[in-house]
Ligand binder design. Structure first.
Ligand SMILES: [Zn+2]
Length: 343
């Protein structure tokens, strides 16, 4: 099997020859370019080159392509700060109150910065290596996460807690979902094999499971449904312990659920068996600060729990930090080959 067949099998819940492996490595890949990360993250050609070099070095099965957690927000007018040694960060919200939601306009991904640069990078990677490696063009952020950046996280969380304007909250989420959906279509058109949304603030570490069900879930599910109608595969990424929402998380219908080390793997496997493909969950702090032996042991354990009956892609649980040693990345990729073979 080649990488694309291997990933496709895992997502289809068929047994591949071995567990596929992804890298969530846009930061270390950019850091290795020898120019400021701010430059790489605003230039599609440089970003593609960074991801290409990393793939040549490590030979992973799946590339997760993005420039951080503020792409959609910036395209919608949020002020974003680019840093020399880290991913960009959303800084100043574009609206101050829910009542302003109708002022927002869905950006055209082909022209709106920086979406247009990520699309450019997707086209380059698809042309160069798209027949040999799975490219997930990430339509980050998801409805809940983008909504929090558009209005400011404190304001959104306060409005959710007050619960006095559910219709306006849903209108903001509708808008955010439309932004991510349109971007997702554009990334697939540019040659990505799958796409994704990140929803860290939708997780139980930030909002209650009841609020996840009420606000995040319907929009994530609607986005999955809209993409599925066109045969598009969506990953849903929620950081932290997702067990309190695992049934709803699975019920979004996303073909891939990205989880990190805080989620109990046995419980997740039990809940998701035969329903979805999990991706993750190796601790990014361990990846940055541990030894290759420790990384290998964590991978072995994750494979042992998650790999049986397929539906598993090994990778970091979240974005790798820029300082992650290449030896640890190599250990992760090698572990899939060493421990992930299906018989
Ligand atoms: Zn995460």
């Amino acid at each position: 099997m080649n990488s694309i067949e291997r990933v496709q099998a895992a997502i289809d819940l068929r047994k591949p020859d071995r567990v596929p492996v992804d890298l969530h490595n846009f930061q270390p890949a950019a850091a290795a370019m020898g120019v400021s990360m701010a430059e790489v993250f605003q230039d599609g050609e440089l970003l593609a080159e960074a991801m290409l070099r990393a793939w040549q070095q490590f030979g992973h099965d799946m590339i997760l392509l993005e420039n951080g957690t503020a792409c959609n927000a910036q395209a919608c007018g949020v002020e974003v700060i680019y840093r020399d040694d880290a991913a960009p960060a959303a800084h100043v919200p574009v609206i101050k109150s829910l009542e302003e939601v109708d002022k927002l306009q869905v950006p055209d991904p082909e022209t709106a910065f920086p979406m247009c640069e990520i699309i450019k990078a997707t086209r380059i990677l698809a042309r160069e290596i798209g027949d040999r490696v799975w490219i997930c063009g990430r339509a980050d952020q998801g409805p809940m996460d983008l909504a929090s950046q558009l209005i400011g996280m404190d304001t959104l969380l306060l409005e959710i807690a007050l619960g006095e304007k559910p219709e306006l909250i849903h209108r903001l989420l509708d808008f955010a979902r439309e932004v991510a959906t349109r971007y997702a279509f554009a990334l697939i058109d540019a040659g990505a094999h799958s796409t994704s949304i990140g929803e860290p603030i939708a997780g139980p570490d930030v909002i209650s499971p009841r609020h996840y069900r009420e606000y995040a879930f319907p929009h994530e599910k609607r986005m999955v449904d809209d993409l599925k109608k066109k045969g598009i595969i969506l990953h849903n990424h929620i950081c932290g312990n997702t067990i309190p929402i695992i049934e709803d998380f699975i019920a979004t219908g996303a073909q891939v659920l990205e989880i990190d080390h805080k989620t109990d793997l046995r419980k997740a496997k039990e809940a998701g068996r035969g329903k979805t493909c999990f991706l993750g969950p190796i601790n990014t702090t361990l990846m940055a600060e541990g030894t290759p032996e420790q990384v290998e042991e964590a991978c072995r354990e994750a494979i042992e729990i998650m790999a049986p009956d397929s539906g598993f892609i090994l990778g970091p649980g979240c974005a790798l930090g820029p300082e992650t040693p290449p030896e640890n990345i190599q250990a992760l990729v090698e572990s899939a080959r060493k421990y992930g073979v299906y018989h």
